[in-house]
Design a protein around this ligand. Structure first.
Ligand SMILES: Nc1ncnc2c1ncn2[C@@H]1O[C@H](COP(=O)(O)OP(=O)(O)O)[C@@H](O)[C@H]1O
Ligand SMILES: [Mg+2]
Length: 269
C-alpha cells in the first residue's frame, strides 16, 4: 500500500491556546503524530497532560470562543482545522468517530437507544428507517450484546455502563470510519467489561481497517493494544516509539518514571 493511503490522520505542529482571565495559556504544544490504517496508536500520560484536549482539538470540538487551534489536522488528506461546525458534523461519526470515557454523556436521556442509533446512521446515509434499523441491530450483535431488538427499545438509563459503552462502540463502528478516537474508553468499567470493550475495538480495527487513537492512563491497556505509543507530559509529547521499544527501552526520564510507578503499583496489588 502506498504510504499516503496507509496514513489516514496526520497531526502536525498542533497547538491549543485558551483565553483565560490571566491572559492566554497554551494547553498543548507542538503535537505531531500520524495514524495508519488498521493500526492502534496509544496516547498515554498522567491526568492533566493534555490527552483529551488533543483529541477534542482533532475533532474540532473545543469551544471556538475561548480556544484557538493552530497547526494541521489532515484526515485522509483533508484539512479539518478551521472547518465549520456544519462540515464537521458530516465528518464526525462517519469518517472519524469518537468514543468517550463516560458513555452516559454520549446519549440523550429522553430518547431510546434505537432512536439515537438509527438517527445517527440516517444522518450520514441515504438509508430508510428500516435499513438503518437493520444495520443498528447488526452493529449491536457485532459487539455481542444480547437481544439487540430489545436494546433498541431501551432508554440509556436502563442499560449498565458496560452495555452502554458497547452500544457506543457499535455506534462508532457501524459506518466503518477511517479513524476512531477512544478517550479512556474503559476507565469507567469493571475488569470484565474492560476486556470485552478492548476486544471489540481490536475486532473493529482488524475487520474494517479503522485506525484507532487509544487514549489511556493505563499502561497495561496500552501495552496490550497499541502498535505505537505517544507519551505526553504537560501538554507536550516527550516520547514516541514502537510499543515494544517503549516498554523495553524507554528513552525519556518521564516514561521511565511512568513505567516504574506501574511496576511498584503492581507489587502492591
Ligand atoms: N476548558 C478548559 N479551560 C482551561 N483549562 C483547561 C480546560 N480543559 C482542560 N484544561 C487544562 O488543560 C490541561 C489538559 O487537560 P486534559 O486534556 O483534559 O488532560 P488529560 O485528558 O490528559 O487528563 C489540564 O491542565 C487542564 O486543567
Ligand atoms: Mg482526559
Amino acid at each position: 500500500m502506498e504510504a499516503e493511503q496507509r496514513k489516514v490522520l496526520d497531526v502536525k505542529n498542533l497547538y491549543v491556546k485558551i483565553k483565560t482571565q490571566n491572559g492566554d495559556a497554551i494547553l498543548v504544544r507542538d503535537i505531531n503524530f500520524e495514524l495508519n490504517r488498521g493500526r492502534i496508536l496509544g496516547l498515554v500520560g498522567e491526568s492533566g497532560s493534555g490527552k483529551t484536549i488533543t483529541s477534542m482539538s482533532i475533532l474540532q470540538l473545543l469551544d471556538k470562543k475561548t480556544t484557538t487551534i493552530v497547526g494541521s489536522v489532515a484526515l485522509q488528506g483533508r484539512e479539518l482545522n478551521g472547518l465549520n461546525e456544519k462540515e464537521m458534523r458530516k465528518i464526525r461519526g462517519k469518517d472519524i468517530a469518537f468514543i468517550m470515557q463516560n458513555p452516559m454523556n454520549a446519549f440523550t436521556p429522553v430518547f431510546t437507544i434505537g432512536h439515537q442509533l438509527i438517527e445517527t446512521i440516517r444522518s450520514h446515509t441515504q438509508w430508510s428507517k428500516k435499513q438503518a434499523r437493520e444495520l443498528a441491530i447488526e452493529a449491536l450483535q457485532h459487539v455481542n450484546l444480547p437481544n439487540p431488538v430489545n436494546i433498541l427499545k431501551q432508554y440509556p438509563f436502563q442499560l449498565s455502563g458496560g452495555m452502554l459503552q458497547r452500544v457506543m462502540i457499535a455506534t462508532a463502528a457501524c459506518l466503518h470510519p477511517a479513524v476512531i478516537i477512544a478517550d479512556e474508553p474503559t476507565t469507567a468499567l469493571d475488569v470484565n467489561n474492560q476486556k470485552k470493550v478492548l476486544h471489540h475495538l481490536d475486532q473493529i480495527r482488524s475487520e474494517y481497517g479503522s485506525a484507532i487513537l487509544l487514549i489511556s492512563h493505563d499502561l497495561g491497556v496500552i501495552s496490550e493494544m497499541a502498535d505505537e505509543v505517544v507519551v505526553m507530559q504537560n501538554g507536550k509529547i516527550v516520547e514516541q516509539a514502537d510499543v515494544f521499544q517503549l516498554f523495553n527501552k524507554p528513552q525519556s526520564d518521564y516514561t521511565k518514571r511512568l513505567l516504574n510507578a506501574r511496576s511498584i503499583f503492581h507489587l502492591d496489588e
